[in-house]
Design a protein around this ligand. Structure first.
Ligand code: ADP
Ligand code: GN1
Ligand code: MG
Length: 375
C-alpha cells in the first residue's frame, strides 16, 4: 500500500486510521481528494481479489468542529433517517445519501494516537461534485437536490441535532467577530485592507435583516444544510441529475433562505470564489433564476411567502457574511479555511464583496425573479 504519495504533515496517522475501518479487501491506493476547505479528504481504494472498492476517508477538522462526537451523532442520525425515506420512495440508498463505514470496534469514527478524528464513507461512484457551474441545467439540478434535501428533513426531530458550530449563520455575530479581528489586528494586516473593511462597515445595518425575522418568528427555523456549495452535491456522470447531497457536518436548525443564498453566492457567481481579476465577478441572473426555480420545486411548496420574499436577502447576506469570514480569517492569520497561497483568503473576501456590489446593482431584478411564481 503506497501511503507516501500522501502529503505528509497533516495526516501522519492515515495508515493507522485506514486500518481501523471495515473495508472490503486490502488497501491498494490512497490520495487526497476533492476541494473542500475544511476537512482532510482522501480517496482510499481497496482490492478484494479481482474486485476494486473505493471509500472516502476523512480526517475531521476538530479546530472548526469542537464537538466531533455530537457532529458524528448528527451525521449518523440524519443519514439513517434519510436512508429510510429513500428506501420507502424506492430509491438507491447507497447512492442517494452518505453511508458511514463502521470501525472494526463498531463505531462511526476512530480517534488516532495523536488525537485526530477520522471517519469513512462509501465512495459514491460515477458522480461528480463541481467547483464551477458548467451549465444552467446542472445548477438547476443542484437546486432541486438542496430543496429536496430540506423537504426530506422537514419532520426530522430538531431535539436530536447538536449545533455543530454555534451561531454558524448568525450574521450579526459574524460581524461582531469581524470587528474584533479588525480591532485586534494580530497580524498587522488591517492597514492593507481599508477599502474592504469600509465596504463591510457601510452595510452594518443590513446584517440582522434575516436573523431578526427568525427571532421574531416571522420565518421558521427548519433543519437545513447550511453549506450548500455546488461541490457539496454530486451529479451523476451520465444523466447529470443530482444523486446525493454530501458534507453533512453543518446540518442544524437554520433558515431555508440561507441554504438558497449560499448556493447563489458560490454557483451564480460568473467567476470562481478565489478569482483575482474582479472584473470577472458578477451575478448571473439566468443562473440565479434557474436556481430559484429548482430550489422552490425541490422544497415542493413548503416555503412561506415571507421566506420567498427574503430569498434575495439570503443571497446577499450569505455573500457578505462569507466575505467577512474570509477577511476575518485573513486578519487572524489564516487559521480556519485551508489556503493554497499567502493572500488566498483576501482574494476570496474580495470576490465576495464584488459579488455583493453586483447584487446591489441587480437588486430589483433579483427581487422580481424570486417573487415570480414557478410552481
Ligand atoms: P469539506 O467539509 O472539507 O468540504 P466534504 O465532506 O465536502 O469536505 O468532502 C470534500 C470533497 O470530497 C467533496 O466536495 C466531494 O468531492 C468529495 N466527497 C466527499 N464525500 C464523498 C463521497 N461519499 N463520495 C464521493 N465523493 C465524496
Ligand atoms: C467551507 O467545507 P466547505 O469547503 O464545503 C465552509 C462554508 C463556506 C465555504 C466557503 C464548515 O465549506 O461555511 O461557505 O467553505 N464550511 C464551514 O467556500 O465553515
Ligand atoms: Mg464540502
Amino acid at each position: 500500500m503506497d501511503y507516501h504519495k500522501i502529503a505528509v504533515g497533516a495526516c501522519e496517522k492515515i495508515e493507522e486510521a485506514a486500518e481501523q475501518f471495515c473495508v472490503a479487501g486490502k488497501p491498494s491506493e490512497c490520495g487526497r481528494y476533492g476541494n473542500g476547505h475544511i476537512n482532510d479528504t482522501f480517496l482510499l481504494c481497496t482490492k478484494d481479489g479481482e474486485q476494486d472498492h473505493q471509500y472516502i476517508l476523512q480526517r475531521m477538522n476538530t479546530h472548526v468542529f469542537k464537538d466531533p462526537e455530537g457532529l458524528m451523532r448528527n451525521v449518523s442520525g440524519v443519514t439513517t433517517y434519510l436512508r429510510d425515506q429513500i428506501v420507502k420512495a424506492g430509491g438507491d440508498a447507497q447512492r442517494e445519501t452518505l453511508t458511514l463505514v463502521k470501525t472494526k470496534a463498531g463505531k462511526d469514527y476512530y480517534v488516532d494516537s495523536l488525537g485526530s478524528w477520522w471517519r469513512m464513507y462509501l465512495f459514491i461512484t460515477d458522480a461528480t461534485g463541481y467547483d464551477t457551474v458548467e451549465n444552467e441545467e446542472d445548477f438547476y439540478q443542484s437546486a432541486k437536490a438542496f430543496g429536496h434535501f430540506q423537504r426530506l428533513l422537514d419532520q426530522y426531530p430538531v431535539s436530536l441535532l447538536t449545533e455543530t458550530i454555534p451561531d454558524f449563520h448568525n450574521t450579526p455575530k459574524r460581524f461582531e467577530a469581524f470587528c474584533k479581528a479588525v480591532d485586534r489586528d494580530v497580524c498587522g494586516r488591517v492597514g492593507d485592507v481599508g477599502r474592504e473593511i469600509a465596504f463591510v462597515m457601510d452595510r452594518k445595518d443590513e446584517m440582522s435583516i434575516v436573523v431578526d425575522k427568525l427571532n421574531s418568528g416571522e420565518i421558521p427555523y427548519r433543519v437545513t444544510h447550511n453549506d450548500t456549495k455546488l461541490n457539496n452535491v454530486l451529479l451523476d456522470n451520465q444523466s447529470r441529475q443530482a444523486v446525493c447531497v454530501i458534507d453533512l457536518d453543518t446540518v442544524m436548525p437554520g433558515t431555508a433562505i440561507f441554504d438558497f443564498g449560499d448556493s447563489i453566492r458560490f454557483g451564480a457567481n460568473t467567476a470562481e470564489e478565489d478569482e483575482k481579476n474582479l472584473n470577472k465577478v458578477s451575478l448571473s441572473l439566468s443562473l440565479y433564476e434557474a436556481y430559484t426555480k429548482g430550489f422552490l420545486e425541490g422544497c415542493a411548496g413548503r416555503l412561506t411567502d415571507a421566506e420567498i420574499s427574503l430569498l434575495p436577502w439570503g443571497a446577499k447576506l450569505m455573500t457578505l457574511e462569507c466575505g467577512m469570514r474570509f477577511l476575518t480569517d485573513y486578519l487572524e492569520g489564516d487559521k480556519y479555511f485551508r489556503i493554497h497561497r499567502p493572500e488566498h483568503n483576501l482574494d476570496r473576501a474580495r470576490t465576495q464583496f464584488a459579488l455583493v456590489a453586483d447584487m446591489e446593482r441587480k437588486w430589483g431584478e433579483m427581487k422580481r425573479l424570486a417573487e415570480k411564481r414557478y410552481l
